[in-house]
Design a binder for this molecule. Structure first.
Ligand SMILES: Nc1ncnc2c1ncn2[C@@H]1O[C@H](COP(=O)(O)OP(=O)(O)OP(=O)(O)O)[C@@H](O)[C@H]1O
Ligand SMILES: [Mg+2]
Length: 326
């Protein structure tokens, strides 16, 4: 049976207010501070991954929870405009859409999130018919959605028992607790997609050994893929680490690079490209997404990403310039 959707993304979606050139020490005291630039873009790890996947040509649906408000309409309209099916999203009549403010200082950033209705998303919000219609289910931001998290192990196991595959990008745990319950969800994922800090925390390692963390995670999940910023990515397969570099880019803004990476990896892996090629595609998608402010504006098409991979080294930058933004 062919699936109606290559990918169903379940998770977080919200506007990101991105302010660049923000002083490291924020002065309070009601003084007006001027920063370099500001923009409102589509954010939320799940929403950015869904847009990246649709841009790469995957037939993609997204399920999340937004409020019955202007921000919620912005989220749904933007996803729809980027080719993502949002018809089964839940519009909460009572609780507001989540909102994130990102303060960028060079390569670093502070992320402030008002979670709004995000924590209320639960498994019962997800139409079983839609789940049945998807070849792969990706879940984002485990720690922002405790109701969803509680039901994940059983739900993911059921999805896998029907022959579909699963992936999880937990993202950060704002509480810093890294609740043990996440292990049961990880055990039901075919691909898990943490960054370095998240991989260390999820593996319970305090020695900073990311390769060992990746190896540890391989014992409990199908395939751990660890994102390493400008250094690219690392996976663990058949008892060995597999690494790929990032593309040499001068990032405008790395917001959402990890989520665009997730989209690239899933497009490669679901497309049968194999591990190394999928990692290279993922790293290219992450790197190319940094060409513009916010998570979605510079996400590449498959042709753009493949062209950038074919121009490694000094040529990559020229390639990126030629590719440009749409
Ligand atoms: N400065 C950079 N230069 C080149 N490529 C980058 C840079 N930062 C990120 N990338 C690319 O994006 C991918 C994912 O980035 P990163 O490791 O920052 O993920 P993340 O921490 O999960 O991000 P997010 O903030 O979206 O959650 C990297 O593997 C790399 O390919
Ligand atoms: Mg991330």
């Amino acid at each position: 049976m062919t699936s109606a959707f290559d990918l169903l993304v379940v998770g977080d979606a919200n506007p990101d207010v991105v302010l660049s050139g923000v002083p490291r020490e924020l002065p309070f005291g009601q003084r007006e501070q001027l920063v370099t630039a500001g923009a409102i873009t589509l954010g939320g790890s799940g929403a950015i991954t869904a847009c990246g996947a649709a841009r790469l040509g995957l037939r993609t649906a997204f399920v999340g929870r937004v409020g019955d408000d202007e921000l919620g309409r912005f989220v749904l309209d933007t996803l729809t405009g980027r080719g993502v099916d949002v018809t089964r999203c839940v519009i909460d009549p009572e609780v507001a859409t989540a909102l994130t403010v990102i303060l960028v200082d060079g390569g670093d950033r502070a992320v402030l999130t008002a979670t709004g209705c995000l924590p209320l998303l639960g498994i019962e919000d997800i139409d079983p018919e839609l789940v049945h219609a998807a070849q792969h289910v990706h879940v984002s931001s485990y720690f922002l959605q405790p109701r969803l998290a509680a039901g994940l192990p059983t739900w993911l196991a059921d999805i896998r028992s029907r022959g579909a595959s699963t992936s999880l990008d937990t993202n950060d745990d704002p509480s810093g607790m890294w609740d043990d319950g996440v292990a049961a969800a990880i055990a039901q994922t075919d691909v898990m997609l943490p960054n370095e800090a998240e991989a260390l925390a999820l593996a319970g390692r305090t020695d900073g050994d990311v390769i060992a963390a990746c190896r540890d995670l391989a014992m409990t999940s199908g395939l751990p893929v660890v994102k390493r910023g400008a250094r690219g990515a690392l996976a663990w397969s058949d008892g060995e680490p597999v690494t790929v570099p990032g593309l040499a880019v001068e990032p405008v803004d790395t917001v959402g690079a990890g989520d665009s990476f997730d989209a690239g990896f899933l497009a490669g892996w679901l497309g049968g490209r194999g591990l190394s090629a999928s990692l290279r595609l993922a790293a290219a998608c992450g790197s190319l997404s940094t060409r513009a402010v916010g998570g979605v504006a510079a996400q590449p098409t498959l042709a753009e990403a493949l062209a950038a991979i074919e121009r490694p080294g000094p040529d990559a930058a020229a390639g990126l310039t030629r590719i440009g933004l749409r």
